[in-house]
Design a protein around this ligand. Structure first.
Ligand code: SF4
Length: 376
């Protein structure tokens, strides 16, 4: 912890740097809690440059909490399509509905009320409340934790409970109570632009003289690496039914009312959204997919389950490395199943036409590419 005089200087230097060099980002031009909330949710696990167009499109369609609360979920997911981690969008809308029902449509000012909303954790609540309402909550996420770990030359796994608590105390200690929202953004900006995970730019850093890691020559070695979860290799075989009009058949998101057997293994991999019929392959892709289709569509003659292999594709979801084996099934008429949807294959591959996961979109693209190759 810094003694009082140093603390004043530290705050002054970081804020002066932030005021001069901060990036001009759309959510920094407002203090509307809805906009700040939306940006914070979109920025989770996603780069700033990727978020900007989605943020602008989303706000144009849902300009306030009420518009979002009242929208059909499918439309919300469609505008989110491509950003990934769709539970963020579902929670955002659920929270908007709670805000309309319990807080007269205004994002709550109280920390506990904010934390009670779906999808809002400690970091997000502190960021929204400090930036929108100037409440004195210091943010702590991986980015800020890295800066704090270097400033204090803290070793070990930062996510370990006691160490994380200690980092929160340090963040609270540094927080400038006169301008907490700006302060939090300054800390985040330092982590995002100079005190980056690799090759921190200490020569340009406004608080370099306070940094223990720099003094000890440890800046690029901290924070120490966490033990990584082992990668899991997954192979999926997917059935792309195709009728003469170029339409295909997608199964409903898991949890939707349906009478056909749900392949629960698959739901998290397709972000619980519309998806091609598919199985996790244990040994023989073709046989296992045919078996699954026979169970899924008992009324359909097995003769139509003639599987034509298409080009493989790859996909990664967190620690899972997925190999996608799409198969085409050319049919005169598409089968029907409860909750399933018939759509043009080109709409499945397009980012804006339909709310599906990136994995489903990759399968559609592989099918379209193979079709083009066949036609050529
Ligand atoms: S001196 Fe370097 S390591 Fe220390 S806070 Fe600044 S950028 Fe990060």
């Amino acid at each position: 912890m810094l003694p009082a005089r140093k603390l004043v200087l530290f705050r002054k230097q970081l804020l002066a740097w932030f005021r001069q060099f901060q990036r001009d980002l759309p959510w920094r031009r407002t203090r509307d809690p809805y906009c700040i909330w939306l940006s914070e949710i979109m920025l989770q696990q996603t780069r700033v440059a990727a978020v900007i167009p989605y943020y602008e499109k989303f706000l144009a369609r849902f300009p306030d909490v009420r518009a979002l609360a009242e929208a059909p979920q499918e439309e919300v997911l469609r505008l989110w399509s491509g950003l990934g981690y769709y539970s963020r969008a579902r929670n955002l809308q659920k929270a908007a509905q709670e805000i309309v029902a319990n807080h007269s449509g205004k994002f709550p000012r109280d920390l506990n009320d904010a934390l009670a909303l779906p999808g809002i954790g400690q970091y997000t609540a502190a960021a929204i409340l400090s930036i929108a309402y100037s409440t004195k909550h210091a943010v702590l996420d991986g980015n800020v934790a890295r800066v704090l770990a270097r400033l204090g030359a803290i070793r070990g796994d930062l996510r370990e409970t006691n160490r994380w608590r200690n980092l929160q105390k340090r963040a609270d200690h540094l927080l400038d109570p006169k301008t907490p929202g700006e302060w939090n953004q300054a800390m985040m900006e330092l982590g995002a632009t100079l005190c980056t995970p690799r090759a921190p730019q200490c020569l340009l850093c406004p608080v370099a003289k306070f940094c223990r890691a720099r003094q000890l020559g440890l800046a690029d070695r901290l924070p120490e690496k966490r033990k990584k979860r082992a990668t899991e290799e997954v192979t999926l075989a997917a059935a792309v039914f195709l009728d003469p009009r170029g339409r295909t058949f997608l199964l409903p998101p898991s949890g939707a009312r349906t009478r056909h057997p749900i392949n629960n293994d698959i739901a998290p991999l397709v972000s619980k959204m519309l998806h091609f019929p598919m199985v996790r392959v244990r040994e023989h892709a073709t046989g296992e997919l045919q078996h699954f289709l026979a169970e899924l569509l008992p009324a359909v003659s097995k003769n139509i389950f003639r599987l034509e292999p298409l080009s493989e594709a790859r996909h990664t979801v967190t620690y899972r490395k997925i190999t996608l084996l799409p198969f085409r099934l050319a049919v005169a008429a598409l089968p029907t199943a409860s909750g399933a949807k018939v759509v043009a294959l080109t709409n499945v591959s397009s980012r804006s036409a339909l709310a599906v996961s990136n994995l489903t979109r990759k399968i559609a693209r592989a099918a379209l590419l193979s079709r083009a190759a066949t036609a050529g």
